[in-house]
Design a protein around this ligand. Structure first.
Ligand code: NDP
Length: 327
């Protein structure tokens, strides 16, 4: 038996609870992992609270991220004792995930734990941090270098936003951070933001084009915020769009794209090819200051994960949450 969060949906309704789970209930897979740490991402919050239908099979163990040690493997790349990390691939949505002490997975989904990080640090980064790195790489791929001007990060106090601000500042970009929590301005400045802006300025419908300001942007919010960011992006600038914390819609016009040559670069972490994942983790090892990671992160136990997931969805959590699963 092992402890894990189980989401059930039946005639008694949708509910998540910490349970003792039988090993025999684990799904199919060629690698069994003893999970030491997991995390809470926005998607885990949606799964645990049931706010959006991200869970596709029931019962489900949520947790789109995990770090741990291989207990048993028939996969050629992994053997017992190997330290591994997993992000995405539908784990925690269609296949049992990381918010449990044991997971059984397809070894093709795993990456070796990068030598630069402890399991707890890898989970402090988690999907949110690895997505932030993919967004920064998308800006670089489109020629947004620090000399091109200010870059913007929306949803900046959240997990993706906090890591994006930290990486961009370390790489020498001048970073403006958008937040609905002005009381966190000092936090954002400690991560390297030079300007903190109120998210209310971005939240309402705006003009198709406004004065050019941003050389690039990382957007975690979507909806009017993304449209307004595109409208103020400089000629040939790039906006990396990864999130929908403010809404799934995109009420924009083609004007920024056809009149200013702006690129809207979509970023997906879930099915991202392995080679790019490995590159993103290598870049995190070199371009993320681990002392900033400590500022961003709080650690909780598995028994607190459900209540903190509700807070996360209510926008009350700062930065990243690591769940110590083996406590
Ligand atoms: P968090 O909950 O940690 O952060 C979200 C942040 O968005 C909040 O902290 C808040 O920032 C801001 N926000 C919340 N609600 C609103 C709103 N109504 N209007 C404007 N801003 C809002 O989530 P994550 O950082 O983990 O994820 C951020 C987004 O990125 C989510 O939509 C998530 O689904 C998506 N995501 C996508 C991935 C992909 O592969 N494409 C991978 C990972 C995440 P503040 O308090 O500073 O205003």
């Amino acid at each position: 038996m092992f402890k894990g969060i189980l989401i059930e949906k039946d005639e008694q309704g949708y509910r998540a609870a910490l349970k003792d789970i039988d090993d025999a209930a684990l799904p199919e897979g060629n690698v069994t992992v003893r999970v030491s740490h997991s995390t809470l991402n926005y998607k885990d919050g949606l799964a645990i609270t049931g706010k959006s239908p991200v869970v596709r099979k029931f019962p489900m163990v949520p947790g789109i991220d995990l770090a741990g040690v291989v207990e048993a493997s028939t996969h050629p790349d992994y053997k017992a004792g190997d330290a591994v990390v997993l992000n995405g691939w539908g784990v925690g949505e269609t296949h049992w995930g990381g918010l449990a002490q044991r997971a059984r997975l397809n070894g093709d989904w795993l990456v070796p734990l990068p030598a630069a990080f402890t399991p707890a640090q890898a989970m402090a980064i988690g999907t949110a941090g690895y997505t932030a790195m993919l967004c920064v790489m998308a800006l670089e791929d489109h020629g947004v270098t620090p000399d091109k001007g200010e870059v913007l990060v929306t949803g900046a106090v959240g997990g993706v936003g906090s890591v994006a601000v930290s990486i961009l500042a370390k790489l020498g970009y001048q970073v403006a951070a958008v937040t609905g929590r002005p009381q966190e301005a000092d936090y954002l400045k400690s991560l390297g933001a030079s300007t903190v802006l109120d998210r209310a300025e971005f939240a309402a419908a705006g003009k198709p084009l406004v004065k050019e300001r941003w050389a690039g942007a990382v957007d975690t919010v979507g909806s009017h915020t993304l449209a307004n960011v595109c409208a103020a992006t400089k000629y040939r600038g790039t906006v990396a769009a990864c999130g929908l914390a403010g809404g799934m819609d995109f009420p924009s016009t083609v004007a920024p794209f056809i009149l200013r040559g702006v690129t809207l670069a979509g970023v997906d972490s879930v099915m991202c090819p392995r080679a790019i994942r490995l590159k993103a983790w290598q870049r995190l090892a070199s371009d993320l200051d681990v002392s900033k990671l400590a500022l961003i992160t709080q650690e909780i136990g598995l028994s607190d994960a459900i209540s903190i997931a509700h807070k996360l969805i209510e926008g009350q959590v700062r930065g990243r949450v690591v769940v110590k699963v083996d406590a």
